[in-house]
Ligand binder design. Structure first.
Ligand SMILES: Cc1ncc(COP(=O)(O)O)c(C=O)c1O
Length: 390
């Protein structure tokens, strides 16, 4: 793979590049889009070939690719994550935010409390509130420069109205890969307070050397009577626009409840997403990931070296994901001021930390899933935008 090759996404209805001007005031003419969590890389050739084959066929009627599609998912989970998944346990939603919405709808009632470990991926809180449930923010703490969970504090916060936890594993933002001991603590917390556990593992493949992602049902098999696991190939292989995610439910009782809800609204996968999954969850896809990870690691090393050299800025050590999480609190600047310098000075569109919930206020999130030359350009621009602090 030539990850260095610039692909111009401007003018292609691309959310990341074509929406940054209306949302951040950063022009795509000379700005850098470092917000939405997709990469600027082409998918593996095996996925492109499958898409071409589908397009060239010219008939897009109903399909039944279930056996091959679920087989590919089973193969990937087994070979990459050491988890043996039953075909019947796999459901397909139009992505994982939809998967979260479906879980809220199936397993909770309006007014129920839903626990999030914040700061966390912003769409969780959005769908919880829109579904008429209540967000319960359990803020993570920073120890030795990385996020940790503080269950003594969370125990004290519980009121009895909480019904569900949504865990992000690996965590976005901050890039934590939760250890087996931490996953056991999450499971014990759910058992203590009688909570369902939704484990969003969309970033499962994007884990750096020295860390190992453990799927929740592998880490704590005893929890499966209250567990729904969510995953997708979309972040790893860059096809989020195909809107295909998997909701995996090992427990038969929960599975039956979910199946009924899926049938009641007739939610089904789509051909392009399923075909792309078949092509990606393959040896060719595995080879792509093996090349992608070191590329991302070098992007991250370059970015961290430049950002951490600016007095007052601190980029969190990522164990997973391509989403750098930078704390500006050391500058002493108001949020408006450091954001203005990044957007109008450096001309970079980065996600605002406030949208990730409590604990995110002094941060911006920068997407490093892009060509090396763009990361280098971002480093130079940030250094210049904060040069008065040197
Ligand atoms: C943790 C997490 N879950 C879900 C999503 C979005 O998933 P989808 O596009 O499948 O709805 C993201 C996107 O960044 C994410 O980081």
């Amino acid at each position: 793979m030539d990850f260095d090759k610039i692909i111009d996404r401007r003018g292609t209805y691309c959310a990341k590049w074509d929406m940054m001007e209306p949302l951040y005031g950063v022009s795509p003419e000379d700005g850098l889009a470092m917000w939405v969590a997709d990469t600027d890389f082409a998918v593996p050739e095996a996925v492109s070939a499958k898409m071409r084959e589908m397009a060239d066929h010219g008939v897009y009627g109903y399909v039944n690719s279930e056996a091959e599609y679920k087989g590919a998912i089973q193969w990937w989970m087994e070979t990459r994550h050491g988890w043996s998944v039953e075909a019947d346990a796999i459901f397909t939603t139009t992505g994982l935010v939809n998967g979260v919405g479906m879980c809220l709808d199936t397993f909770t009632q309006p007014g129920d409390g839903i626990v999030l470990f914040t700061p966390v991926y912003h769409a969780f809180a959005k769908v919880i509130r829109l579904a008429g449930r209540e967000v319960v923010e359990c803020q993570m703490v920073q120890q030795e420069g990385r996020y940790q969970l503080d269950f003594d504090a969370y125990d004290a916060q519980m009121t009895g109205r909480e019904k569900m936890v949504i865990l992000c594993s690996p965590h976005n933002p901050g890039g934590r890969v939760w250890t087996k001991a931490e996953l056991e603590q999450v499971a014990a917390f759910c058992q203590r307070h009688d909570l369902m556990l939704i484990s969003d593992e969309i970033h499962h493949d994007l884990v750096f050397t020295g860390h190992k992602h453990i799927p929740m049902p592998v880490a704590v098999p005893e929890i499966i009577d209250r567990l729904v696991m969510l995953t997708a190939p979309s972040k790893t292989f860059n096809f989020a626009g195909l809107h295909t995610g998997q909701v995996i439910i090992p427990d038969e009782k929960l599975r039956e409840q979910f199946r009924r809800r899926m049938l009641a609204i007739y939610l089904q996968g789509n051909t392009a997403g399923e075909f792309a999954t078949i092509a990606a969850y393959s040896p060719a896809g595995a080879a792509y990931v093996e090349e992608l990870l070191p590329y991302l690691a070098t992007n991250k090393a370059l970015f961290d070296a430049a950002v951490n050299a600016i007095p007052g800025l601190k980029s969190m050590e990522l164990q997973a994901t391509y989403l750098a999480w930078v704390d500006f609190s050391g500058t002493g600047m108001e949020r408006e001021e450091f954001t203005r310098r990044v957007e109008q000075g450096a001309k970079i569109a980065a996600n605002h930390g406030t949208t990730f919930g409590s604990g995110g206020e002094s941060f911006l999130r920068f997407n490093l899933g892009t060509q090396r030359s763009r990361v280098e350009e971002a480093c130079a621009r940030l250094t210049a935008a904060f040069s008065d602090l040197q």
